[in-house]
Design a protein around this ligand. Sequence first.
Ligand code: PEP
Ligand code: MG
Length: 528
Amino acid sequence: MSEPLRLQGISASAGYAEGPLFDLDQTVGSYVGKETADDEKAALETAIAIAAGRLTALIDAAEGDAADILEFQIAMLEDDALSSLAFAAIHAGQPADQAWRQALDAEIAGYDASDQDYFRARAADIRDIRDQVLRALTEAGDVQVPAGAILYGEDIAPTRFLETDWSSGGGIALKAGSTASHVAMLARSRGVPMIVGLGALPAHFAGIVLLDAEHGGIVLLPSKAEIDAFRQLSSSFTVRRDQAGTFLARPAATRTGTPVRVQVNIADPSEVDGIDIATCDGVGLMRTEFLFGKSLPDEETQYRAYRKVLEWAGDKPVTIRTVDAGGDKPVPGFTVDESNPFLGQRGIRLSLARPEVFRVQIRALLRAAVHGSLKVMFPMIAIVEEYRQAAAMFAEEQAALAARGIANKMPPLGIMVEVPSVAIVPEAFTEAAFFSIGSNDLTQYVMAAARDNAAVAHLNSVRHPAVLRLIAAVTAFGEREKIPVSLCGDAGGDPASIPSLLEAGLRDLSVAPAQLAMAKAAIADVSV
Ligand code: PEP
Ligand code: MG
């Protein structure tokens, strides 16, 4: 009997799955060449049209994020820049499949080589487009995935995810991948368990695999005892998730009745359409980077996005964060190329360096503020002068709007506590109206362990005593000085971390909407 083999990666979507492995990298068949270059060109044109048709059919059944991803892929497919390279190669004598593969591989290599998570994540979309067309060109495109299988490979295409029937279970185990990819986002919103960054798996493997995407590990060749233990963890997770649904409608409180505020983290304003405002205490973090995706957004676009969320929230608070571009979130035409972007010009540093861009966002926020209960916070604050400069710009823009007779309101201005210098010396920041602890970045900077690197994931823990001590100190300081303190990093929605966070004194968490019920259930289990 062989020994069990365990691999550790990063959880991208919590849950459990048990089933056979299905190798995603083996599913493209072989192409039968054509007589002439014209026939090759026609074959490629037909394949592109078939692929676009399949994507369009998927859009009809998709909503929200899924529809956005598919629309992005169709736009890429219809972009002549991609196909013209392939047509030129066909003209030079290459068969259609090689020509297409080479053209797309060159594009993918560019994205893959990026040291920035955001661009690497977009490589998966181009790979998907490549394979959709290759699939249409070849015969072996329709390999069926067995029900309940664990799909594994380098990465997984969003269309493959959307075509898969997840109703009989199953999950995703990726050798590479990223928790920031489109598929990871879909997996979280559909509750499909997913792990990324597992590294190489044995080439040929038959048998049942246990995928524990709550803790980020898989086991090949499990022993009977391991299977039993796994099933216990899995059923306890299912019970917790099902029971959690009953907590959603109630305000959160600990076992001993201490109330805890639970707000939501959002990015795209359309997300609020799927959330009942009665189930949360407001928006603890609205990320605004999504607005800066393809180009710099104008004031009107931003104003409409902020106003939509404020009107949805009514009298509940909405905390909007000024743009946190840079780090793992590059914005073409705005962020700068740096050897170490996590330690470079990101967040408030970049906004202050580009006041002409920052002032547009400030005006949009000041105008939107009249439509609800807005709070604004600045990301990546390291020294108080950054807060002062940003606050002064708010005051200047407000005076200018008022002089022009444009309706506006000054919101309370707070800071993210995510750079250790702030967490260690919070007394330097008493001018801020509130603190919001960004545990994702605070943890990576305290532990010197990148948040997107599976090899150091064991170090990147919010529950390390060094991180918890800082969180407790900031929370106690806020209480003494009457500065409200909340936490908006991913740890706030993690049932395993919630007891430690409440123990550290926090009573205000902001979590991903999909985590709302589980977070409230976990809070109800804590005695503080
Ligand atoms: C954080 O760092 O915890 C945070 C909420 O900000 P982001 O994840 O957007 O960097
Ligand atoms: Mg952060």
